[in-house]
Design a protein around this ligand. Structure first.
Ligand code: PMP
Length: 360
């Protein structure tokens, strides 16, 4: 098996060991004579796969019993609608912190369902930092506060959890879930598309405080109703069975790495290595405020943008893939999620130094 280092922001690199195990188990899952993707979702075998994945996630994230874990579809983008459908009828406006492209999309979708209020935005500063805690206060009447702890495109990450008192806190953790320990009880609803730190695209994870379930807007489809999904074990319809199975394997792998606390240490080391290489050079630059730099997505620009194509081509030849920045911002971006080994970041840093020497 020849695998390079894939720096894509998502779908992202998955652990090689998980790919290997999935390959071995693919045609015949545990002596059933069937692939896991051929199992009925209602069969005891598949229910054990789903429950096993949930149990491992609960252990990894220390999720209390009064939170439901839902395996949904439609990506994080559908959650931009599901959240207001499920929480806005509690009354009051939905409040938001605007720190980049994904916040903007969440705000826009929620606006279809009721009043939205942006409490603070860093748009005027080019989204080069997160909102600071002293820049907003949550309305006592708000239905919830939504924020994006890690802006995948901008490479901006919050270094604190907003305080919202009794107002539910909703976090789009698509690009930072499982990357560092969090206290789940600081949040009321967490959602994440799977294709970065969880598994393949097609699966969306929702972790929601059970006391919030039930007050949905009346025309909410059952498939998007958290209470209906919770009551039906995430099987209002056929769930993305193979993606759930793979997520379970990724959770196993993460446990084997020592869990979230251990991976946080490695993630911090990877990010420090890369930012240090960027900061030491005149040739590369990252514009984000130091205290809000993302550990997962590291955008950088070359002093001479004319060299972008050459940088990408030579990186590809060196087995370093998908380093182009998001089309809306240009430049480069290295996404270094849990499955990216330290060796991959070392390889990138060595390549960057070498490229600078030859072209700087
Ligand atoms: N939110 C964030 C923070 C993201 O990074 C992404 C995807 N890159 C999305 C939402 C949208 O996710 P999806 O494509 O799964 O709908």
């Amino acid at each position: 098996m020849t695998r390079g280092y894939n720096f894509c922001s998502g779908p992202a690199m998955l652990p090689g060991a998980v790919m290997q195990r999935a390959q071995e188990e693919l045609p015949d899952w545990q002596g059933t004579g069937m692939s896991v993707m051929e199992l009925s979702h209602r069969s005891p075998e598949f229910v054990s796969v789903l429950e096993g994945a949930e149990a491992r996630l609960r252990t990894l994230m220390n999720i209390p019993e009064d939170y439901a874990v839902l395996f949904m579809q439609g990506g994080a983008t559908l959650q931009f609608s599901c959240v207001p459908m499920n929480l806005m009828s509690r009354g009051g406006a939905a409040e938001f912190l605007d720190t980049g492209a994904w916040s903007v999309k969440a705000i826009k979708e929620a606006g279809r369902y009721g009043e939205t209020r942006v409490l603070a935005s860093t748009k005027d500063e080019g989204y080069r930092r997160a909102v600071r805690a002293d820049e907003f206060s949550v309305g006592a009447d708000a239905a919830y506060l939504h924020y994006t702890p890690n802006e995948t495109i901008g490479g901006v990450e919050f270094n604190y959890v907003p305080e919202t008192g009794d107002v539910p806190l909703v976090a789009d953790m698509s690009s930072c879930i499982l990357s560092r320990p969090i206290n789940v009880e600081d949040f009321d609803l967490i959602y994440a598309g799977a294709q970065k730190n969880i598994g393949p695209a097609g699966l969306t994870l929702v972790i929601v405080r059970k006391s919030l379930l039930g007050e949905v807007m009346h025309d909410t489809p059952s498939l998007l109703n958290y209470k209906a999904q919770a009551d039906n074990g995430s099987m209002v319809n056929t769930p993305p069975t193979f993606a759930i199975y793979l997520a379970g394997l990724v959770f196993d792998w993460l446990e084997g790495q020592g869990g979230v606390r251990a991976i946080e240490g490695i993630n911090a080391e990877k990010a420090a290595l890369l930012y240090d290489a960027i900061d030491r050079s005149e040739f590369y630059r990252n514009p984000i405020a130091l205290e809000h730099r993302s550990r997962m997505n590291v955008p950088f620009i070359l002093a001479d943008e004319q060299l972008n194509d050459r940088f990408l081509a030579e990186a590809g030849e060196a087995g370093l893939y998908n380093l182009q920045g998001h089309r809306s911002v240009g430049g480069m971006r290295a996404s270094i999620y849990n499955a990216m080994p330290l060796a991959g970041v070392r390889g990138l840093v060595d390549f960057m130094k070498d490229f600078e020497q030859r072209h700087g």
